[in-house]
Design a protein around this ligand. Structure first.
Ligand SMILES: Cc1cc2nc3c(=O)[nH]c(=O)nc-3n(C[C@H](O)[C@H](O)[C@H](O)COP(=O)(O)OP(=O)(O)OC[C@H]3O[C@@H](n4cnc5c(N)ncnc54)[C@H](O)[C@@H]3O)c2cc1C
Length: 240
């Protein structure tokens, strides 16, 4: 159980990342490595910091996997779809096998009328050389007309959803009309190695702006749990 004071970090217009729990610290990495010599430390020394840097530089990943961090994430649906691709090193669940520790709010149970949708501050232009990406340049939208239409469309999707549910349609089917901008919430528990892999890939300029914002928040919370191990892993070469 972690004892860190780490308030939730607001991301985008209605999202957040919150640190729920953490198993381990920088010392966890040190002791996982030092057990080879039958040793255990209770306080970090300069030698321990060097050891962590050595482990990261030489790609000895297993000591880093003893650190597990649990986050509560509120993200737009399209960000969740990207996040969900990160499957390896996502913590153990009950049972014998390694499972993907991702538990999400269910729109089969919860009424989506209570949910919010994401509205970007501005619309980015489509990149010409990368068909998947946008540029940093914002599209001109005089009078915010496109933005107003975007919001009206999302609101009307929620209204149709309400009409369907009020008419007796099952929530699991009515949700089919909701937009990808809909916010969802999940718990995500991952090993430090998997978290660093996520951050490296999703902070990269090639990743979508919205998930980059979440990667920055995950980074900031991870640094609080394992400052030395995190810095060493980010400074090391390839990871995943
Ligand atoms: C900019 C960007 C664009 C993307 N575009 C798309 C897209 O268009 N469509 C799409 O479907 N996905 C896309 N992705 C997702 C991408 O393909 C990965 O699925 C995602 O980034 C997860 O990364 P990963 O494979 O490293 O994670 P994980 O699958 O969690 O793997 C973590 C690490 O474990 C190791 N590993 C995993 N499996 C094995 C194995 N079998 N053997 C040995 N080592 C293994 C690797 O080192 C790997 O990096 C995109 C990702 C980014 C960052």
């Amino acid at each position: 159980m972690h004892t860190l004071e780490a308030p939730a970090i607001t991301v985008l217009d209605h999202g957040f990342i919150e640190l729920i729990d953490a198993l381990g610290s920088d010392l966890t990495v040190v002791n996982a490595a030092r057990v080879s010599f039958g040793k255990r430390k209770t306080e970090m020394s300069e030698g321990d910091k060097k050891l962590i840097r050595y482990l990261a530089e030489h790609q000895h990943w297993s000591p880093f996997r003893h650190v597990q961090i649990q986050f509560h994430c509120k993200v737009p649906e399209f960000v969740a779809r990207q996040w969900y691709k990160h499957v390896v090193g996502i913590a153990y669940s009950e049972g014998q096998s390694i499972d993907h520790a991702w538990n999400e709010i269910s729109l089969r149970y919860v009424n989506a009328s209570e949910f919010e949708f994401y509205t970007p501050q501005g619309f980015r232009k489509q990149s010409e050389d990368n068909k998947q990406a946008s540029t940093d340049e914002l599209l001109e939208d005089p009078g915010d007309l496109l933005k107003a239409r975007y919001e009206a469309h999302c609101r009307s999707a929620f209204e149709l959803y309400d009409d369907l549910v009020n008419a007796g349609v099952a929530k699991e089917q009515a949700r089919g009309v909701l937009p990808l901008s809909l916010y969802t919430e999940f718990y995500w528990t991952a090993s430090l190695q998997a978290i660093v892999n996520f951050i490296k890939l999703r902070k990269h300029p090639g990743a979508q702006y919205e998930i980059r914002e979440y990667a920055n928040a995950v980074e900031s919370l991870t640094q609080k749990v394992v400052p030395i191990a995190y810095q060493s892993l980010m400074g090391s070469g390839q990871l995943g």
